[in-house]
Design a protein around this ligand. Structure first.
Ligand code: MCN
Length: 787
């Protein structure tokens, strides 16, 4: 089934944040131009003269608010015992700015031009403090990001299974790798934005925000602004991409805009511009890793010891989820023997780091897959063979790593068939035939190489997700979930699931997402969880509605519900087309008031032999309406997996890197909509290509961002994104009713490792860093003296 939302979205009929709130007051921010500075004075005298200015707010104005929570730090969303020094920013900087771009002053005006003009006239006096930029500077700790965190370490965690150092010491072979993955950012087409309306008479707040978690924003705002939850509604309109950067809730602006709307009694709106997105929305990736591995003559890993340093930027609103995902998902499809991982999460005077599609997994896969290649190189073995020898086997499932997963539950893979995936990817890319191709190309003076990278991805974490399903008295079905959608095709998939469970045409089902007026309790869209969490919630809820429909229709038809089925929206005795009651009539029957004046329903029931009008058409314990709400809560995450292979050619003279082939084998359990899954993989691969070959966030040693615009930050265009050849494997998850596993992040996870593998193969030396540009490849060639 094609995506039903696309005609609307691609024909300019989407309604994004900036399409709303025409005439609302506009907000612009004065943001810190320094990476680390004390704010000594804010002089607004000149700005006050700007015509159209409405208000100027500094941290002191927040502090003067009778509600003390407004000026307090934003919430720490995911605490963890290892996060011993969490620090979260206040909505406007509280005396010290800790990265370029941190909001210092908020200006509200009649329009954005006026607001920007006023910002230019505000003079902030700063005392510039030494900045900590990059992991080595943070580790050296000559300067501190937070005065009370001496070593710049926000978190330190060690996880161990067995005695890895001893296993490595006793192993016939050992090797060590130093790996480097640079900081990047997800860059959704639509930046962030918030539009708030305050109804003074009703004392209620309505907030539109380009978020991945509208229900969470609702609860957070109620707490922060001291409002009863039932007086706050939060709506995610169409969202032009999130990729993780819109999960954190609330962002500073998500508090400030509603706060100003309440204070001013006016509609207020802020739409992030691209430079703001670069310097104040969150980033990810940045890690330095040291891997030591011990292995036998056949390439079996006997012990693996990984130490890494994660750059968490200036604050930790989202805890340390990114490095924990790295440390717990690094092992991929392999049995590592003994395993020890230790990380330190480091404060730096740069933009805060929170999950970006893949969320720590691309770094973990980089460490593990580079290690697999290095073992193969050392032993002169085929890279695929070394992987195969270390695989967890299908018969080992469920496989317990005896580690604690990021959500505090045991790290247990539920299902998967890695050997078959490997067979499929090798066949798809022509792995076994490649040596001849490489050598023939070499003979012509061309450098071509093939790479392989495998991953396992924990998807669909809890704690819960719910759905509401109602059959209207028109026979149409409405589905609502609290989950938000940023382009993943949820409108299509949830309609498919409900239609299949209820036995109605899919076109009769409409879906709403991300609107707290329609659904109150939800968690959000991240961690590839919509199919697993909301998909199953929709299925379970639709099953409840179906059971109720069969019960009511059973009474009307004087039949046992077990003997009934629903086909094309009609409840009928199994295998007996013709006689039956349309679902719309069952919906009428479920509501006594509605039944009384619905002649068609009466005829249908008289026809079915129950003409006793005094008889209530619903059971005593039934609630009126053919509708239900239900929730799905998993025991633990389900593990999707996949393998990517690519063929690249590197230019001997220019070091340009061309992608000749890109193949994917992916296993996300039962496929609900293969076309959507493939689209998700293609999108992920495009981002992965960006992350491996083009995209990086660059700061100078003073913490000044050097490429905070699309003039300098390269994202791949369609011309750089290869055609993706995809094959699927379906090992259904035994953990959930639909047997599904997540798919939304998969495409991006192995790319960095994959290109490092393929470029290494083409060049004949080991690539240990990502991203890699032609000039960096050139430098590596010189270093390895093969240019
Ligand atoms: N699906 C399916 N069958 C499966 C698994 C998934 O048909 N076995 C479908 C799902 O129903 C859904 C899509 O594939 O329509 C992705 O499913 P899922 O893996 O559940 O991921 P989510 O829907 O939870 O989306 C989140 C995920 C993440 S974490 C990021 S980041 C990301 C991504 O999705 N951000 C995106 N894909 C994105 N795509 C777009 N266009 N924009 C973003 O911001």
């Amino acid at each position: 089934m094609t995506r039903r939302e696309d005609p609307r979205l691609v024909s300019g009929n989407g309604r994004y944040l900036d399409d709303l709130g025409e005439g609302a007051l506009a907000v612009a921010f004065v943001r810190s131009p320094h990476a680390h500075a004390r704010i000594l004075d804010v002089d607004v005298t000149e700005a006050l003269e700007v015509e159209g200015l409405v208000a100027i707010y500094t941290y002191e104005d927040l502090a003067d608010d009778p509600n003390p929570r407004v000026s307090e730090p934003l919430p720490l969303l995911i605490p963890h015992p290892a996060l011993h020094a969490p620090r979260v920013n206040t909505p406007l900087a509280d005396g010290i700015a800790r990265h370029v771009g941190e909001a210092v002053v908020m200006v509200v005006a009649t329009d954005r031009y006026v607001a920007e003009d006023a910002c230019e006239r505000i003079v902030v006096e700063y005392e510039v403090l030494p900045a900590v930029v990059g992991i080595p500077a943070a580790v050296e700790a000559s300067h501190r990001v937070h005065a009370d965190v001496d070593d710049n370490v926000s978190a330190h965690l060690v996880q161990e299974v067995g005695d890895a150092p001893a296993a490595i010491a006793a192993a016939p072979h050992t090797l060590s790798l130093d790996l480097d993955i640079e900081r990047s950012a997800s860059m959704p087409m639509e930046g962030k934005g918030v539009y708030a309306r305050w109804d003074a008479a009703d004392r209620s707040l309505t907030v539109y925000t380009s978020t991945q978690a509208s229900t969470s924003v609702r609860f957070a705002l109620a707490a922060k602004l001291d409002l009863p939850v039932d007086r706050v509604e939060v709506i995610a309109p169409d969202v032009g991409g999130g990729f993780g950067v819109k999960i954190v809730h609330p962002w500073p602006e998500e508090v400030l805009i509603p706060w100003a709307a309440i204070k001013l009694g006016r509609e207020v709106k802020w739409v992030e511009d691209r430079r703001e997105h670069f310097i104040s929305s969150t980033h990810e990736r940045g890690q330095l890793q040291k891997v030591t591995v011990g292995f036998d003559d056949e390439g079996h890993v006997l012990g693996l010891d990984v130490e890494f340093w994660h750059d968490n930027g200036a604050y930790t609103p989202y805890g340390i989820i990114v490095p924990i995902v790295t440390s717990t998902q690094l092992l991929g499809p392999y049995k590592p023997g003994a395993y020890r991982v230790e990380f330190r999460s480091m404060y730096t005077n740069t933009v805060t780091v929170t999950p970006y599609r893949g969320a720590g997994r691309p770094q973990g896969v980089f460490a593990m897959e580079r290690t697999m290649d290095a073992i193969a190189d050392t032993l002169g073995l085929d890279r695929a063979l070394v992987r195969e020898r270390n695989f967890i086997q299908p018969e080992d499932m469920p496989y317990d790593h005896h580690l604690t997963f990021q959500d505090g539950r045991p790290l247990i893979y539920d299902s998967g068939d890695y050997p078959t995936s490997l067979e499929k990817i090798k066949a798809l890319v022509g792995w076994d035939e490649f040596e001849a191709i490489r050598e023939a190309a070499r003979a012509e003076g061309r450098r071509v190489g093939i790479g392989l990278a495998c991953y396992v991805e924990g998807t669909g974490p809890g704690p819960y997700e719910g759905a509401f399903v109602r059959v209207e008295t028109t026979g149409k079905v409405v589905v609502a979930t609290g989950l938000t959608t940023q382009g993943q095709g949820h409108e299509t998939v949830f309609a498919q699931i409900a239609a299949e469970e209820l036995g109605v045409p899919v076109d009769d089902v409409s879906v709403t997402t991300g609107d707290t007026r329609r659904f109150k309790y939800a968690v959000g869209t991240f961690a590839s969880r919509a199919a697993v969490m909301s998909g199953n919630a929709v299925a379970l809820t639709a099953r409840k509605v179906r059971a109720k429909a069969l019960r009511i229709a059973g009474e009307a038809l004087e039949a046992d519900p077990k003997d009934l089925e629903i086909v094309d929206g009609v409840v009928r005795v199994k295998g007996v087309p013709g006689d039956g009651i349309p679902l719309r009539t069952v919906a009428v029957l479920s509501n006594p008031l509605r039944y009384a004046f619905d002649e068609e329903a009466k005829r249908a029931t008289q026809f079915a032999g129950t003409s006793d009008m005094s008889k209530p058409p619903i059971d005593e314990d039934d609630e009126p309406g053919l509708e239900a709400t239900d929730y799905y809560s998993p025991i633990r995450s389900t593990f999707a997996s996949g393998m990517h292979a690519a063929v690249v050619e590197t230019d001997p003279e220019t070091a340009e890197i061309k992608i000749l082939r890109y193949c994917v084998v992916h296993d996300c359990g039962t496929l609900i909509n293969p076309r959507i899954v493939e689209g998700q993989i293609h999108g992920g691969v495009a981002q992965g290509v960006g992350g491996a070959l083009y995209e990086r966030i660059v700061y100078d040693e003073n913490g000044q961002p050097l490429n905070a615009s699309y003039m300098d930050f390269l994202i791949p265009y369609a011309s750089e994104v290869p055609t993706v050849e995809t094959d699927h494997l379906e090992t259904p998850s035994p953990l959930n009713p639909l047997g599904v596993k997540g798919a939304g992040e998969a495409g991006v996870i192995p790319s960095a490792a994959l290109f490092a593998s393929a470029i290494s193969d083409a060049e004949g030396f080991f690539v240990n860093r990502m991203p890699i540009s032609p000039s960096e490849l050139w430098a590596l060639r010189e270093q390895h003296a093969v240019a």
